[in-house]
Design a protein around this ligand. Sequence first.
Ligand SMILES: Nc1ncnc2c1ncn2[C@@H]1O[C@H](COP(=O)(O)OP(=O)(O)O)[C@@H](O)[C@H]1O
Ligand SMILES: [Mg+2]
Length: 199
Amino acid sequence: MKTVISKSEKETLNLAAEFAEGLGAGTVVLLTGDLGSGKSVFARGVIRAYGVKQAVTSPTFTLINRYDIPPSPAIKSTQTHAIPNKITVKPAKTNLSGKFPFGKNPREGFPNNSPLRKRGGGVADGVFDLCAIYHMDMYRLEDITEAYNIGIEEILDDKTSIKLIEWPERIAALLPKGCVAVNIKKVNDNTREIVLGKS
Ligand SMILES: Nc1ncnc2c1ncn2[C@@H]1O[C@H](COP(=O)(O)OP(=O)(O)O)[C@@H](O)[C@H]1O
Ligand SMILES: [Mg+2]
């Protein structure tokens, strides 16, 4: 467990970028804290750290946003649920749309070369290319069926993406073991206590 005091949004973005450097493909990050504590700011810092240039918007209403990261040997990583150690991550560029592309069928809308389309194809056990980041906000989830409808099980299972989940409490029953936890507490207007650890 590591506790950090952030005194501004900028400091939280910087901390998130540092945290992002060691995240392995497949990692599920649980972002907890009250409304307005800074979960979305932290998520934006992680997504930006991977070189995503498009606007990072809060998935409050969409429930889920997907950001594609083009394949790059620099970000090939071993699946890990550990609190990240420092590794070098070169920012990847992307020009793909970040909007979650599918409706009820989770494979719909993925590019042909997406690992979510071709399950189990061509990737050595334990080592996965990082292809995407999913940013989810479960605050407005009406019931668990809605989570199934957005393909939550397949996304949580996918070893080629990082998952950043706000309000993970709402889907507690579906979460895998060994997630990374980030809890943010509002101390005052601009100060936050951020605790990084394993869940
Ligand atoms: N130290 C800080 N870290 C993060 N956000 C901060 C900080 N100080 C002030 N803020 C503000 O708090 C708000 C956090 O909003 P947001 O990230 O959307 O919250 P959440 O997703 O937890 O509901 C933003 O308006 C941000 O500018
Ligand atoms: Mg939010």
